[in-house]
Design a protein around this ligand. Structure first.
Ligand SMILES: [Fe+2]
Length: 356
């Protein structure tokens, strides 16, 4: 059977402060900020930031909602970590780099024969850099990170699940992944030619309590897989429904791509996304990506109101490169924004201790 999914599209997480997030991804991870916009859902105005490699390619796109107002709870049924590939031999650079930036990391480890280093976003989110000799994608470089050492894009996400069987069935039967290995608690699945950008790994944690499903600082929210176009989205929705995964959403218009979402049996929210015509360059020049706050046309007339609710930020200076109606995609054009995204004074933190 032919499946529409071709690999990873993007991974989305909730950070805490907006400037903190922007500095982490552009200076520590060294990705290119390719879009500043807002979360299209809900009553609160939140930023939605997109970071990617130089070419802004699917499979490299990390997106965050800075979400100070509410803490998430990490646990099973969540994306545990986002894993970026780097060139073979680059990890010593990364360990020095993390130390220079006082980033919490856990030294070098190995999984499926590949060396990796796990590290933390200041809000607690987990990331990894993993060496991959077969990686050919082009990264983004910064004053501190040369092209040879740069992150190239995703290897894939680590998904924490209490049970393997039904989550495995979902990825294999509904999405077309094949199982390519087990290494201790890690179960690996690949699609297409496999490898970087075409891999997901289940982390078997049978005793781990479930993490939160809501938006909340310090937790990943979902993983998105890439499909070609709106027809492929409709086809994937059909596959879900045929198998009985009837909670698939309608096709949503995310401006830069169109999406469907389904909650997988292990708890992880899985999106399928088809890049819209023009992609991330549909509303700003490719070499200007990420330099200004962009609102979807249907919220543009409320720019001042929205801006007043967002944390002022300073974007990095060096970041200077099918019609919706036709597919019946839903677009939320009305909204009542009620308040600023501010940390409540009485909030109790539920954050896993970070140790070095
Ligand atoms: Fe998404």
């Amino acid at each position: 059977m032919e499946y529409p999914v071709t690999g990873l599209h993007h991974i989305t997480a909730c950070a805490s402060g907006a400037q903190e997030d922007l500095d982490f991804f552009t200076k520590v991870v060294g990705q290119r900020m390719i879009k500043q916009t807002i979360l299209f859902d809900g009553r609160y105005a939140h930023y939605h930031f997109y970071y990617a490699n130089g070419n802004a390619e699917p499979g490299t796109v990390m997106t965050t909602f800075p979400y100070k107002r509410l803490m998430g709870r990490t646990g099973s049924g969540q994306v545990q970590a986002t894993v970026y590939t780097v060139a073979k031999g680059a990890l010593p650079f990364w360990i020095d780099h993390f130390n220079r930036h006082r980033i919490v990391h856990r030294g070098m480890h190995e999984r499926f024969g590949q060396k990796f280093v796990q590290f933390n976003h200041p809000c607690g989110l987990q990331f990894e850099v993993i060496e991959d000799a077969a990686e050919r994608r082009v990264g983004w470089s910064t004053e501190e990170i040369a092209p040879a050492e740069s992150v190239r894009g995703f290897h894939g996400p680590l998904l924490s699940v209490r049970e393997i069987e039904e989550e495995e069935r979902f990825f294999m039967e509904a999405l077309g992944f094949r199982k390519t290995g087990v290494d201790g608690v890690y179960h690996r699945y690949e699609i297409g030619r496999g490898g970087a950008g075409k891999t997901i790994i289940l982390l078997h944690e049978p005793q781990r309590p479930a993490g939160s499903w809501t938006f909340g600082a310090g937790t990943h929210h979902h993983v998105a897989l890439s499909v070609a176009d709106d027809e492929a989205l409709a086809e994937q929705k059909g596959i879900y429904e045929e198998l009985g995964y009837t909670d698939c959403s309608e096709i949503k218009d995310r401006n830069y791509f169109h999406s469907i979402y389904v909650r997988s049996p292990g708890g992880v929210l899985v999106e399928c996304a088809a890049t819209a015509p023009g992609g991330f360059a549909k509303d700003e020049a490719f070499n200007q990506l990420g330099s200004h706050l962009l609102l979807p046309p249907w919220f543009e007339h409320r720019r001042e109101e929205i801006l007043a609710m967002l944390e002022p930020i300073k974007p990095p200076e060096f970041h200077a490169p099918v019609p919706v109606e036709a597919i019946g995609a839903s677009r939320r054009t009305e909204a009542t924004f009620v308040a600023v995204d501010r940390e409540p004074a009485d909030r109790e933190y539920v954050r896993e201790p970070v140790t070095r």
